[in-house]
Design a protein around this ligand. Sequence first.
Ligand code: MF3
Ligand code: CO
Ligand code: CO
Length: 251
Amino acid sequence: MIVIKSRDELQRMRKSGRLAARVRDEIVRLVAPGVSTKWLDGKAAELMEALGCRSAFLGYRGYPGNICLSIDDEVVHGIPCERRIEMGQIVSLDVGVVHDGFVGDTAATVMVGVTDPEVVRLVRTTEKALVEGVARAKAGNRLSDISNAIESTASAAGFSVVRDFVGHGIGRKMHEEPQIPNYGPPGKGPVLKPGMTLAIEPMVNLGGYAVEVQADGWTVLTADRRPSAHFEHTVAVGEDGPEILTIGEGW
Ligand code: MF3
Ligand code: CO
Ligand code: CO
């Protein structure tokens, strides 16, 4: 796991985080009925190029897209394709960029004219779980305090957290130690120290926690085919609490 050692490294992580957030927010605005996930992926590629960064995903273990777009019962790692977004769906988008040697990773789930109150509650709860997890990313806490806050938030609302995919340390590489499960008891794992940079990412299912990987080798689906939501921030543990690096600023 990277522990930021200098002001310079922190500034570079901040920059990568802001760029990832910028791409995420621009793509969120383009999500609409009739738009294909491939078109959104192309827009993300154009934007990354214009901003002077590149996709952290393209070519990662052979991943063919610039971003991930996962609809309804697709949990994460949906590959952009000709499928068009429809009213009533939820679309999870995950954006990772590399800039100046450092990675920013962020995700959000967008509701496209959703009227089912349970689905609305799922999406809101998953975002709340992220906020609760991030709030625990402060010096002196243990890593699993983050995990436990996420699981508690999801289960209090009657939902389940995915167990087969986890958050992670992040820095010069997208996936660094440690793994950050979205479940488990508090008070375990490494003590958090200023300068640690973490990607915190609850994946919450409306039904059961079980998932399966589709035949394409990437797309993760809920086993019961009920919807799933995903939110992610890259966060730095600071002296006085967490600093969210993937927050956009007035661009
Ligand atoms: N960004 C994902 C994560 O949050 C990983 C994407 S894997 C890729 O960890 F192959 F799609 F890049
Ligand atoms: Co991600
Ligand atoms: Co991640």
